[in-house]
Design a protein. Sequence first.
Length: 365
Amino acid sequence: MAKILISPSRYVQGAGEMKKLGTYAAGYGSKALILISHGGYKRIGDEIEESFKNADCQLKFDYFNGECSRNEIDRISALMKDSGCDLVVGVGGGKIFDTAKAVAFYNKTPVMICPTIASTDAPCSALSVIYTDDGVFEEYLFLPSNPNMVMMDTDIIAKSPVRLTVAGMGDALATYFEARACKQSGAVSCAGGKTTEAAMTLAELCFNTLMEEGVKAKIALEAGACTESVEKIIEANTLLSGIGFESAGLAGAHAIHNGMTVLEECHDMYHGEKVAFGTITQLVLENVPVEELEEVIEFCIEVGLPITWKQLGAKKITDQQIMEVAEAACAENDTLHNMPFEVTPETVFAALKAADAYGRYYQGE
């Protein structure tokens, strides 16, 4: 099987880039549909409008209804045709991106993704997660190409809640370890092929950037400063992790995250916060050297990522509930089977118990 790497056609990151959105959009279409939330428009709508004033591209705003559902995709697609738009621009967070990508796919138009947060590695991917109108998962829509452009205005992202960027670090924390496992097992990546050396190198750079810059970036963000460390973490959370997970593969950490969705107690936690605990659990499954395990756990403690069931909201979790998580993580079609050895609900159960115990130990409980 061939090695495959996929990525956005163009990635732009810097302070004040939203002021150039209209100029960028003119390179892809003559009339852009800007998909944004009501709150997002209140914060940066004027800035977006100003960027189009002297651009060779018109714009039309549409407010996102809150779910990336078939009905919402159909509604926006109809609006695209009625208004003559030939470009979709998603501004905001994950569900807006997924909706914009799906609308562009069905209408055969370019798509630009403009995150206002750095909480996941979803902006760069060729994937939309489809839900019902009530927010229940329905299906994955695998797209034939990645976004035409991903634009990160770091001034805007730096003003978002610090917890969101830290959650992005949690998501990115898994990238290298899952990539390493997939390369060892020869698993097929989300890109549809084997892992390239380039994807592995980017995944490792992602991890090294987190270790070197993560704590500094968090402190700077808490002080309201967008420093070079913040810039590097935004890139790691978005581009490095995005290419790494899609072109190198997912394994234990994300499957364990998926298993944790059966626990109602964890529903208030962000994706990356649960992935961080999943990463520690994967490392326990692999029985990595203690130095590597300690490095990851201590990083999580320093930046404020959860490392115990209690921190994840499951203060009184039972063995039966942990086994339910383990069984869900071992679902036949999930990525836990990309690990380079056999996994069972029993081994995952033990790793989950041990991961929590290690977390409590390193916190001095």
